[in-house]
Write a protein that binds this ligand. Structure first.
Ligand code: AMP
Length: 215
């Protein structure tokens, strides 16, 4: 399978990745892929479902091999059913890679072109957002403050290191403390800027057309 171009939406739990990701995919041609959503879509009674829940319910990361295998199979399914065309589409990855090991492991499937990081300064904002989301979406891992604390710890100790594996030149930082509309518009602007610059370099790389002289 050809590598699929991808942009990442990156940030701590509760930073707004899922909301911005869904809005961005609804507004652009990006295909939003959230590993959290993929995992929640697996039957809880299946072997995989039980394995995933044993980690996510505690706020821990699912082991890298299982994560990347499920992610790889999901993407392959999208390609095989023509929902994603590796030659034309760009994926918007939300929730992966989440460890330094995953950065390498996903390299055979996707080619990361740009990263949007949603920065939240105050941890209390994150906790309040997640507790509120628990009431709306009923996610168990959002309802328990100890689980939230674990997820934030994992983000700081493990996931944040992922950014160090990519060139600073492909990273756009967005102020996630702003209103949802502002965060979305800032991310969209950063995406448009990325598209224009990618387009410009693609054009510059194209060999100039030969002008045939009229006889
Ligand atoms: P999310 O919806 O992105 O907050 O993900 C919910 C849970 O799924 C996380 O707390 C992890 O347990 C698990 N998960 C999602 N993505 C990954 C990943 N890339 N690596 C490991 N675990 C993940």
């Amino acid at each position: 399978m050809a590598k699929i171009p991808a942009v990442l939406i990156f940030g701590a739990p509760g930073s707004g990745k899922g909301t911005v990701g869904a809005k961005l995919a609804a507004t652009t041609s990006l295909k939003h892929i959230s590993t959290g959503d993929i995992f929640r879509g697996i039957a809880p009674s299946s072997e995989s479902g039980k394995l995933l829940a044993s980690y996510s319910s505690k706020g821990l990361l699912v082991p890298d091999e299982a994560t990347v295998e499920i992610f790889g199979r999901f993407i392959e399914g999208l390609v095989n059913t023509n929902k994603v065309n590796p030659d034309k589409d760009t994926l918007l990855l939300d929730g992966i890679p989440r460890t330094v090991a995953q950065v390498k492991l996903i390299e055979s499937v996707v080619d990361v072109k740009h990263i949007f990081v949603l920065d939240i300064k105050d941890e209390a904002t994150i906790v309040a957002r997640l507790l509120n989301r628990a009431k709306i979406e009923g996610r168990k891992d959002d309802a328990d403050e100890n689980v939230i604390k674990n997820r934030l710890k994992v983000y700081k100790e493990s996931t944040a290191k992922v950014l160090g594996k990519y060139s600073k030149s492909i990273i756009s930082r967005i102020d996630g403390d702003n209103t949802p509309d502002e965060v979305f518009c800032d991310t969209l602007s950063a995406y448009v800027k990325f598209c224009k610059s990618a387009n410009k370099s693609a054009k510059a790389k194209k060999p100039a057309k030969k002008v045939s002289k009229k006889k």
